[in-house]
Design a binder for this molecule. Structure first.
Ligand SMILES: [Zn+2]
Length: 427
């Protein structure tokens, strides 16, 4: 088994609150030593003097389109893209075809991810059969097969009684319910955030209240049932405020936001680039500021990508008919560095916690630590590395990102998974 020696890195390990220069020796899949100075003549040396070294990132929310749409993404292409973005574990949402609503599909995902042999792929099972919103799936059977939580993502569980029963059922197993909180009737298939900009552009808007109404309902039901609620892709000021209050009250709620909600505001829609069309929509500047505040004060626990691949032909449809979603694995780290670290002065420890220990705790997988003896899942980031996003350097099978052609700062350089270098950036 080969040895790897990472030399001179700035190690950020939120689990042990470490932010210091360290050498790391990896031996037999594990971190054998993490000290100020380590030498090992037999090890392959990675010079990490200018790099930030963090535990392997975990993405709580992505869409791999597998099974169902291999023309958009597969577990193979998605895993490659995830690893290039620094993720060593990802959770895939169940809005596949067929839906992840039985143990057969969960088994298929594990088998396929093992065959690909890159990152861990953890399936999220659907709450209701076929994501139909009517009949609960067999949580026990899905968990036994390895599902890490439940969600009808893409849709809210609209029926209050069904959602109540889903929460109660989840308590039996103490697993989180991942909710996509958007009231369909209020959202009215809006194309962008409802506000001044949508009025100016003459595009139908989806109002913040569509998100906030369901967040409020979900929090009440979480309080009532005592279940673990995880709110996906939070995007509005009002939602952040509701969650902040609920946490103070002791309700068992966690939430995530995505890079596009703290990096962009709705003025970007002036370009009519359908790659900016996401659900929930990119919101106003006030909402963006509130999301940043929520990240800073800990109201928002996790940063997830909501990586949502779509084929070019579909994104090239008229704006009104283009599907919602943008890819996100490979640009997440850059947007986080440019906005949260460089502009907002958030600490590396605070940011990386939201992509490692917090999501790990939520889905109950290995704690994402970098201490002696832990399995070596490690991401090395060049924080000042400039790069231009292009169709050629994106590994995802789909290229639907509004960042094509843009120059970004900060890029993943190496990724170690279970003690093996699985990715090294070719410059
Ligand atoms: Zn969603």
């Amino acid at each position: 088994m080969s040895r790897i020696l990472i030399k001179g890195a700035r190690v950020i390990d939120p689990g042990s609150k470490l932010d210091a220069k360290r050498d790391i020796l990896i031996k037999e899949r594990r971190i054998a030593r993490i000290e100020k100075s380590v030498t090992d003549r037999k090890a392959r040396v990675v010079n990490a003097r200018d790099l930030i070294v963090v535990p392997g990132l975990i993405d709580l929310h992505c869409h791999l389109r597998d099974p169902g749409r291999p023309d958009e993404e597969t577990i193979g292409t998605g895993s490659h893209a995830a690893v290039a973005g620094g993720f060593t574990a990802i959770c895939c949402m169940p809005n596949t075809d067929p839906v992840i609503d039985n143990d057969g599909i969960v088994n298929y995902i594990y088998k396929e991810a093992a065959r690909v042999g890159l990152c861990d792929v953890f399936p999220i099972g659907s709450i209701t059969k076929g994501r139909g919103g009517r009949e609960l799936t067999e949580f026990g059977e899905l968990l036994e097969a390895g599902a890490k939580g439940f969600s009808d993502d893409g849709d809210t569980v609209a029926d209050n009684n069904i959602f109540r029963h889903a929460l109660e059922y989840s308590r039996v197993f103490d697993v989180p319910i991942f909710e996509h909180p958007i009231d369909k009737n209020l959202a009215q298939d809006g194309l962008m955030n409802e506000g001044l900009v949508s009025t100016r552009l003459g595009l139908k808007g989806s109002p913040a209240i569509a998100e906030e109404l369901i967040v409020a309902r979900d929090l009440l039901l979480a309080k009532f049932t005592g279940a673990r609620l995880h709110l996906c892709h939070i995007s509005t000021e009002g939602a952040v405020e509701l969650i902040r209050k609920a946490k103070r009250e002791g309700i068992r709620v966690t939430c995530e936001t995505c890079p596009h909600y703290f990096y962009f505001n709705d003025e970007v829609l002036e370009s009519f680039d359908a790659n900016y069309k996401v659900n929930p929509p990119i919101r106003s500047e006030a909402d963006r500021q509130a999301i940043i505040e929520g990240l800073k004060d800990g109201t928002i626990d996790c940063i997830a990508t909501d990586h949502a691949p779509h084929c070019q032909a579909e994104k090239e449809l008229e704006f009104a008919n283009a599907p919602y979603g943008m890819i996100g694995f490979e640009t997440a780290v850059s947007l986080i560095i440019m906005e949260l670290i460089n502009k907002q002065n958030m600490s590396w420890l605070d940011v990386i916690r939201k992509m490692t220990v917090n999501p790990a705790k939520l889905i109950g997988v290995m704690t994402a630590n970098m201490t002696q003896g832990t399995v070596a899942n490690i991401t090395m980031i060049g924080p000042d590395k400039k790069w231009k996003v292009s169709e050629d350097n994106i590994k995802s099978r789909s290229k639907n990102t509004p960042l094509l052609g843009k120059e970004l700062k900060g890029r993943v350089k190496h990724v170690v998974i279970k003690g093996t270098i699985k990715y090294a950036l070719k410059d």
